[in-house]
Design a protein around this ligand. Structure first.
Ligand SMILES: C[S@@+](CC[C@H](N)C(=O)[O-])C[C@H]1O[C@@H](n2cnc3c(N)ncnc32)[C@H](O)[C@@H]1O
Length: 204
């Protein structure tokens, strides 16, 4: 490694593109992550770039993982328990909101509800990033009986979107960037494929 300090969040590369868009905005540097928990929370990218960070997650295990991470790193990312379908914030509170690798755990009608909430809490001219799972993603597995997705969200498997299907959530936005992304990764000696459709959009 050369002499620069990079965030440790390596897999969330799409969010670096979002950070670049946020950096071009003149709005206050405050950001909300919907589905923010887990053992390597991507909010770190924004914290390191000087943003005031807030995150919410519905699952106790994910919250425990992010708490341990923050303790270990001695940082506060502002992650708390909450549900992206019912964001506990006033309208137009945030300049920037994102949901990374999270919204597709919800049922299709709840995806629409969460997108309405993201729109509500964003300021005019605020930016959002959301990645949806594409119908081209081969994962058709059902969630286990003990999963939070089944028990808390009432979903059976990942919700997927056709190429242009998610455009409808962005009626009151200008879509700045839309990218279909296919990822191949080696996992336990198997190559697995994932397919997403990423949006960066500006609220009108
Ligand atoms: C695959 S993890 C991704 C976590 C993190 N965004 C990351 O990229 O490392 C998905 C997360 O979304 C959270 N999640 C799912 N539905 C949610 C909801 N309705 N409200 C808040 N969080 C939710 C899950 O609990 C889980 O921690």
């Amino acid at each position: 490694m050369r002499g620069i300090s990079l965030p440790t969040v390596n897999w969330a590369t799409a969010l670096y593109g979002f950070l670049r868009e946020c950096e071009m905005s003149s709005l206050p540097k405050e950001i909300l992550d919907c589905g923010a928990g887990g053992d390597d929370p991507p909010l770190l990218i924004f914290k390191r770039a000087g943003y005031i960070t807030y995150g919410l997650d519905i699952c106790d295990e994910s919250l425990m993982q992010s708490r341990k991470y923050c303790d270990r790193m001695d940082i506060d990312l502002g992650i708390f328990k909450g549900d992206m379908r019912f964001l506990p914030f006033r309208a137009e509170s945030f300049s920037f909101v994102y949901s990374y690798n999270a919204i597709y755990f919800l049922t299709k009608s709840d995806v629409a509800q969460a997108m309405r909430e993201i729109e509500r809490v964003l300021r005019p001219e605020g930016l959002c990033f959301v990645n949806f799972m594409s119908v081209d993603d081969p994962d058709e597995g059902e969630f286990s009986d003990s999963s939070f997705a089944r028990n808390i969200l009432g979903n059976i498997k990942f919700s997927k979107h056709e190429d242009d299907e998610a455009d409808l959530y962005f009626d009151n936005f200008t879509i700045q960037r839309k990218e279909k992304r296919t990822v191949e990764m080696l996992q336990h000696d198997d190559v697995i494929t994932q397919a997403y459709i990423d949006y960066i959009a500006r609220k009108r």
